[in-house]
Design a binder for this molecule. Structure first.
Ligand code: NI
Length: 255
């Protein structure tokens, strides 16, 4: 699923000498339709003590998002975004409604719901239709529920606790990084700096068209700063997150 992830971990462990990599957050993608909306996903986290902590709007991508955090801040935060399906073309809405209609009503209750992948079949033609309009919708149609990315919490590294050093290391080792909005997104003033790899492209078999190359998942790197009260910032910066979403854009993408 995420061929680079093991390599990224190995690279950091080899250079940093750190035995464990701390995960800042995972990110999940979904749509605002009953059965698959944020509420359906979030209940699995709130049952574990997670609390809804931040709300974000990404107008150009037609997304709402929330982050959830646990009182025990050593646990990764969860960033869940939701596509406003009602703002898409009727063709795209029909495809997404067709996907949701294939879900079993009790699927949402399953313990592994958050990592259950797709609950539907999608044709290459439908995938391409979605891709023209919303890269996000196209990604979701192929991958469904799963972590879209994991995030190395750079603060916890030893020699590489500065994001710029991690970025240089990745670039020296040939990783392709997301350059939308700059390789390093955000600033110390915004209390969060982020970078990410571009998603791996892998071949997926569509019943109507055979194998096609699609974007999978990516890796993110986050460095957080303390606010003036000495508290480490836990939220997200909308302008940066907006660009991080583009880590799954393929080279041949429409925008
Ligand atoms: Ni993220």
């Amino acid at each position: 699923m995420l061929p680079s992830a093991k390599k990224v971990h190995a690279l950091l462990q080899q250079h940093d000498g750190q035995a464990t990599i701390v995960n800042d957050h995972i990110a999940l993608r979904t749509v605002n339709l009953p059965g698959l909306n944020v509420a359906s996903l979030a209940q699995h986290f709130t049952a574990l003590g997670y609390v809804q902590s931040g709300e974000y709007d990404f107008a150009s991508k037609k997304l709402d998002a929330w982050h959830y955090q646990h009182p025990d801040l050593t646990l990764p935060k969860v960033f869940i975004s939701e596509l406003r399906v009602n703002e898409l073309s009727s063709a795209a809405q029909t495809i997404i409604q067709k996907m949701i209609a294939q879900m079993l009503p009790d699927a949402v209750q399953a313990d592994d719901f958050l990592y259950s992948g797709t609950h539907w079949q999608v044709s290459s033609q439908d995938y391409q239709t979605l891709l023209q309009e919303s890269e996000y919708a196209a990604w979701l149609s192929v991958w469904g529920l799963r972590a879209n990315h994991f995030t190395v919490f750079v603060n916890h590294l030893k020699k590489y606790s500065e994001l710029s050093k991690v970025v240089s290391l990745l670039q020296r080792h040939g990783y392709v990084l997301n350059v939308a909005g700059g390789v390093v997104k955000g600033s110390k003033d915004q209390l969060l700096r982020q970078s990410s790899t571009m998603a791996d492209q892998i071949m997926v078999n569509f019943s109507d068209a055979g194998e096609q190359k699609v974007s999978t998942c990516y890796y993110e790197f986050a460095q957080r700063y303390m606010n003036k009260d000495g508290v480490l910032y836990q939220g997200f910066v909308p302008e940066s997150a907006d660009k991080i979403f583009e880590s799954t854009n393929s080279g041949a993408s429409h925008d």
